[in-house]
Design a protein around this ligand. Structure first.
Ligand SMILES: [Zn+2]
Length: 73
């Protein structure tokens, strides 16, 4: 008699595969693995830093965003 193995129907850790699945990604600010609460950032601090960069319009400009000195010359 054949029966369906229950553990094949419900795979542990993969039951939410798809749009609702969350997986750690490198934080766009510091590169550390993100956490679910602050996805896609590793922490609330990085989320705030990233938001600040957007607000300052300096997101795509590499370098310290908190420094006020200009190094154009
Ligand atoms: Zn981070």
């Amino acid at each position: 008699m054949k029966t369906f193995p229950a553990d094949k129907l419900a795979r542990p850790g993969r039951k939410e595969e798809g749009k609702t699945a969350w997986r750690p990604r490198p934080c766009p600010v510091c590169g550390a693995m993100s956490v679910k609460n602050d996805h896609p950032f590793c922490s609330r601090r990085c989320a705030g830093l990233d938001l600040g960069r957007w607000l300052n319009g300096a997101y795509s400009i590499p370098g310290p965003a908190t420094s006020q000195k200009s190094e154009n010359e």
